[in-house]
Write a protein that binds this ligand. Structure first.
Ligand code: CO
Length: 465
């Protein structure tokens, strides 16, 4: 019987897409016993923005959250999303930091590490992959992930070549990550058939979003074309900027005789658990009705929804909304000049802001942002296509672009030493040190609060006695 498995994203991507990753662990702990029995391929529960959000907004230790998830989901594969050499942030870390981060992630309970790079510069995945294999348990899976985008250089052949490369590197599965939800059913069909022919038995995963309304049609075609795993969210946390619904896909696939391995009663019970939680955040305004709606503009403008709303906010602040159409028209030019980067964070913001600047200044690239300059200098990796020669000359002069990998490869131990001395007795574990390296300010605040809380508790206990 044909089989398609589902990854449940409610704890990570649905949470991130619909409510800015503000779901505290305590809200969903009660669902974990059922989720553990549901029969998912995996539960995506960590990484992405969850780490930052735990420290910055929720006063939670992200590592402790992971250990609790591990304890309460003993029978499921726990999955995280990792930005390659950027780990969970936006800058390149040194190889010794990347390696330690992966070691600790596996030690604290992660099974599947889905690793991507915003530019699909696969050199930025190598260290994370090697570390995953080095610290792998019998349950560990290194999943190579491609940031999906459309451009004249992003052809089916190009994607097939990327998949071959990921397979050659040693990844065990491949994921196509359509972060903007712009992959059409037609594109999915050609891509997945082509990739499946090229990589043989290697499991292929599709991650998409409902943002533009394409997702259910795209998943249908992907399944017909041989996809092995799809990402879905329990129905009350599905749709809009989130994933398609778990139960809906279950019922649709069941009629075709496609085995998902899901337990019907339990996936419905999981959704019942999350319904009042969703309602609570709709009532508080944390879940904006806008994020639950379909927005097809991304298909018209080839610009992800989040990037559009960011541009509108910037132009409104500058009282320049009359320049909106001109700025929108400028985006394809800027993107082409920069070698067609996928419009994913942080590239989406960089391209959007540069387009706005070009239009407001009235001259193309008279002002170039620091981030775009660094991109042209090669600090983010290699662009998918050559950068416009005049623009490159303007930024680089006679210099050559830097090789970011040379800087990344420095294993001096300095980052650990500096973090230890900055934290002093606030740090109690390697995990605390790692949190500091990733998010220094938030971690100091979190660890100070933790220390104060413990001291208060200690006083309280002595008085009690
Ligand atoms: Co996503």
């Amino acid at each position: 019987m044909k089989k398609v498995q589902l990854t449940e994203t409610v704890l990570r991507d649905a949470n991130q897409s619909l409510m800015a990753t503000r779901l505290p662990y305590s809200d969903y702990e009660g669902a974990l016993a059922d989720m553990d029995k549901a029969g998912y391929y995996s539960i995506e529960c960590w990484g992405g923005a969850t780490f930052d959000s735990c420290l910055r907004y929720l006063n939670e230790d992200p590592w402790e959250r992971l250990r609790k998830l591990r304890k309460n989901l003993p029978n499921n594969k726990l999955q995280m999303l990792l930005r390659g050499q950027n780990l969970l942030g936006y800058k390149h870390y040194h190889d010794d930091v990347v390696e330690k981060f992966i070691e600790l992630s596996i030690k604290n309970g992660i099974d599947i590490i889905r690793i991507f790079d915003a530019l699909n510069d696969f050199r930025n995945l190598g260290t994370a992959l090697d570390a995953t294999m080095k610290y792998a348990t019998k349950n560990t899976i290194a999943s190579g992930c491609i940031s999906y985008t459309q451009s004249p250089v992003h052809t089916v052949d190009k994607y097939i070549e990327m998949c071959r490369e990921l397979q050659k590197m040693g990844f065990q599965t491949i994921c196509l990550k359509d972060m903007a939800g712009t992959m059409s059913p037609n594109e999915a069909e050609h891509l997945i058939k082509g990739i499946k022919d090229a990589v043989g038995d290697m499991p292929l995963i599709l991650h998409t979003h409902c943002t533009t309304g394409m997702a259910y049609m795209t998943l249908t075609k992907a399944i017909e074309s041989g996809i092995d795993v799809i990402d879905c969210a329990t129905s009350c946390f599905s749709g809009g900027t989130s994933q398609p619904a778990t139960e809906t896909m279950f019922y649709a696939l069941k009629q075709y005789g496609i085995e998902t391995g899901l337990d019907e009663d339990i996936i419905n019970k999981v959704n019942d658990y999350f319904k009042p939680i969703k309602q609570k955040y709709v009532d508080s305004g944390r879940i904006n009705p806008k994020s639950l709606a379909t927005d097809a503009q991304a298909l018209v403008y080839k610009v992800p929804g989040g990037m559009l709303s960011n541009m509108i906010a910037n132009l409104t602040d500058m009282h320049a909304m009359d320049k909106f159409d001109a700025a929108l028209a400028e985006i394809p030019q800027v993107r082409a000049d920069l070698g067609y980067p996928p419009l994913v964070t942080p590239l989406s913001q960089m391209v959007g802001n540069q387009a706005v600047t070009n239009v407001l200044v009235g001259e193309r690239y008279k002002n170039i942002s620091k981030e775009v300059k660094n991109y042209i200098k090669g600090e983010y990796g290699i662009a998918p296509a050559p950068i416009n020669a005049d623009l490159a000359k303007k930024v680089l002069g006679d210099d050559k672009p830097v090789d970011c990998r040379i800087e990344d490869a420095k294993r001096t131990g300095e980052d650990f030493k500096n973090a230890k001395s900055a934290l002093g007795d606030l740090a109690e574990s390697e995990e605390d040190i790692m949190s500091y390296i990733c998010y220094p300010d938030q971690t100091v605040k979190f660890l100070k609060d933790r220390k104060a809380k413990r001291e208060n508790e200690a006083v309280y206990t002595i008085e009690e006695m």
